[in-house]
Design a protein around this ligand. Structure first.
Ligand SMILES: Nc1nc2c(ncn2[C@@H]2O[C@H](COP(=O)(O)OP(=O)(O)OP(=O)(O)O)[C@@H](O)[C@H]2O)c(=O)[nH]1
Ligand SMILES: [Mg+2]
Length: 201
């Protein structure tokens, strides 16, 4: 079961069209194919509002869904799905997207913004992950490993060591999650509820 009742709120193609948030906001980022949209579908289960696919480059533009994470009715969190980085050849265009996006989301989230950065445990962090951390500056982010069903417990410490520079800068995490066997979902949902309550007056 997901966080609660959810519905699509808005979709836009370019960062400067992002609307001002009425609710606290989570923005989910990470390499293309890391499992962003799948994780969001798990959080908003039983609805399947985010498009997923086996090839990179599925999500185009920005898609926001509101979800009632708890009672009272006002405890609503906005979840924003984003295109993955590292899919398109790294062009100036991609750089032109992420800088303004980070600024736009920061400026247009008066009720609170938390970035959720997803990492693929089968890879190591590359330029894009480090550039993303530079773009967001001091804004907080949660770090999540996806596809945990593919990684045995014994291998995790070694993987975390490889991602240590990212983990060190995260405000929370790493949380190991799987959209397939639901590992870590409770922890992430608790985080979502706590964040929403904290930013809902
Ligand atoms: N084994 C496993 N596969 C997963 C998991 N989450 C996602 N996948 C698979 O990974 C692929 C990519 O999933 P998406 O959710 O579309 O990835 P995305 O990050 O949204 O990708 P883009 O929209 O292209 O940036 C799909 O084939 C999913 O079925 C998981 O927890 N475990
Ligand atoms: Mg996607």
């Amino acid at each position: 079961m997901g966080l609660g009742k959810s519905e699509v709120s808005w979709t836009v193609m370019v960062p400067d069209k992002v609307p001002m948030a009425k609710h606290p906001r989570w923005a989910v980022v990470g390499r293309s194919n890391v499992g962003k949209s799948s994780l969001l579908n798990t959080l908003t289960h039983p609805r399947k509002l985010f498009r997923t696919g086996s090839k990179p480059g599925v999500t185009i533009g920005l898609i926001a869904v509101t979800v009632q994470v708890a009672k009272p009715k006002e405890a609503v969190l906005e979840l924003v799905d984003l295109p993955g980085w590292g899919f398109a050849k790294r062009t100036a265009d991609e750089k032109k997207f992420w800088g303004p996006l980070s600024d736009a989301l920061n400026e247009k989230s008066p009720k609170g913004l938390l970035w959720v950065m997803l990492g693929d445990p089968m890879r190591v962090p590359l330029d894009e992950e480090f550039e993303f951390m530079d773009w967001i500056g001091h804004q907080p982010f949660v770090f999540v490993f996806t596809k945990s069903d593919r990684i045995h417990e014994n291998s995790r410490a070694e993987i975390e060591e490889k991602w240590q520079p990212v983990i060190d800068r995260a405000s929370e995490g790493p949380i190991w999650v799987s959209s397939q066997n639901q590992e870590g979902l409770k922890a992430l949902m608790t985080s979502a509820r706590d964040f929403t309550r904290l930013h809902t007056t």
